[in-house]
Structures are given as C-alpha cells and as structure tokens.
Design a protein around this ligand. Structure first.
Ligand SMILES: *Cc1c(COP(=O)(O)O)cnc(C)c1O
Length: 274
C-alpha cells in the first residue's frame, strides 16, 4: 500500500460525503510477501479516525521474533485488530486462525450480539457465570484454538521466534542460490518470506513454460510448487513453512527443478510433452 494514495482515496470518500471507517493493511501479501507500512497509516488514523486492521494471515508470524516484528511490522501494537493464521507459517494443522482486538473487549460483544440474543445469553448477570458464547465467532463449533494452545505450550514464543528467523535465513539462501544459478532468475526482489522466480526462457514463452515446468515436477512426484502472477508474469513461488526444510533440501529442490527445466526446454524444441 502506498500511504499517499490511501490518503487521496480517503479524501475522495470524504468529498463524496462518505465515511472512511476501515483500512486493512496487509502484513505479508500472499504473492510477494510485502508488508504495508503501519507507521504512516497510524498517523493518518489519528487524523481520519478509521479502524486499522492488520491482515497477518501469512506474514503475521513475524511477531514471534522481536527482531523481525520490529523489522516488518513496527507499530503493530497500536493497530485496532490483527489476524494471523497459525496454520500457515507457524505450522499448526488446518485450521487455526486468530482475530485479536486491541484493548476493546466490548467490540466482539457489540458486533456479535447486535440482535436480541437474550433467549440464549444474558451477559454478566447470568448468575456469575462467564458466558463466552456472547463473544464467540463460532458458537457451537469445535475448539480450534486447542491445537494452538498446545503448540504454544510446547514450543513457546522463543521456539517460534527461532523457527521464523530460520525460515527467513533459508529464504535469503534460496534467493542467493537463484542469483547464482544461470537458468533461474528472481521475478521481483525478495522483501521478506516469499520468493517469486522463473526458469529463464525467452520472455514471450516464460509464463507458459514455467507453468508447464511446475506441472511436470508435480506429475513426476518431485515437488509441488506454488504458482502466482506477478504483473503479467506467471512465476514459481517458493514458500518455506516446514521445519524439515534445510539448506540441503533447498539445494536438492533447485537441482531437480533445473534438470527438469533443461529437459523440458529440449522437449519444447522437439514439441514433446511431459
Ligand atoms: C491466506 C491468506 C488469507 C486467507 O486466510 P484464511 O484464514 O484462509 O481466511 C488472507 N490474507 C492473506 C494475506 C493470506 O495470505
């Protein structure tokens, strides 16, 4: 997000008698891993009074390391709400997401019991019983947070912090390998945990070729790598969210990818298929 453009958009809304009430900053975009800058948006919140939400579904995991939280999400503790998917980078089994509301325990109650819920929940006068039902998003669903509670107990914040810092080191290593391997190139510079790259072929063939390469790697049972569009370029998207990944598995991954790519490039000339 470009803060100057956000402000222009807010001014346009105000000029049309609208109320700019909600801004969502993405903390680690799905494709590029970009973090929207919270500090300038927080400054704007002071002036315009909107609710500032942080979507950390993917990149919010950086909160586990004090160093990386400061690097990627300075100002995090001041935003109004924040989501993080523990089933992504933090490795809990699907599904496990949290929505945190900052210093406002009224918000859930107000938002979730807008109708008359007194037939079911009566709040704090209910014979001294803490009635969590009135602040639950899910009512009678299973307790997904238990998985996270156990993970948290076992690994702790320090354990998760080390894990995320290690993932970032592995991402740097993967980028460095891509820069060293002549057959590969980064499609967009790495800014955090996402690595968008291509196997290099003439530009007009690159999107189709890389998609084919990805399918071929999958059909041969070698790997399943993400595919995403960066602008008009279809790219391979490497994400690391598995504690078993180390430098040698990254080396092996690129070796297999390059040798399959070479083969495919030759077949392409002779019009064979995978
Ligand atoms: C995965 C993702 C989502 C979706 O999260 P769900 O928990 O599946 O709803 C939202 N935002 C970003 C940035 C994501 O990476």
């Amino acid at each position: 997000m470009i803060p100057e453009l956000l402000e222009q958009a807010i001014i346009t809304v105000l000029a049309n008698d609208g109320l700019p009430f909600f801004v969502a900053a993405t903390l680690g975009t799905t494709v590029r891993g970009a973090y929207d800058p919270l500090l300038p948006i927080l400054k704007m919140r002071k002036e315009y009074g909107f609710w500032l939400h942080g979507d950390g579904a993917w990149g919010g995991a950086a909160m586990m390391s004090d160093r990386l939280r400061e690097q990627f999400m300075p100002g995090l503790h001041e935003i109004d709400s924040f989501t993080c998917d523990f089933h992504k980078m933090l490795g809990s089994s699907l599904m496990c997401n949290v929505l945190l509301i900052n210093n406002s325990n009224q918000t859930f109650g107000t938002a979730l019991t807008a109708g008359d819920g007194t037939y079911l929940f009566r709040g704090s006068d209910d014979n001294d019983v803490d009635n969590l039902g009135s602040v639950s998003l899910q009512c009678g669903r299973r307790v997904d947070s238990l998985k996270w509670f156990l993970d948290w107990k076992y690994y702790g914040k320090a354990g998760f912090g080390r894990r995320i810092e290690n993932y970032l080191e592995l991402c740097k290593y993967a980028e460095q390998r891509i820069d060293e391997i002549p057959e590969l190139e980064m499609v967009t510079p790495r800014t955090s945990f996402n690595i968008c790259f291509q196997y290099v072929v003439p530009q007009n063939l690159a999107s189709d070729f890389n998609e084919k390469l990805r399918t071929c790697l999958y059909h041969r049972g070698i790997t399943l790598i993400g595919l995403a569009d960066v602008g008009s370029r279809r790219t391979l998207r490497l994400l690391i969210a598995n504690t078993n990944v180390d430098k040698s598995s990254i080396d092996r991954f690129f070796e297999e990818l390059v040798s399959t790519g070479r083969e495919l490039a030759l077949e392409e000339i002779s019009h064979a298929t995978c």
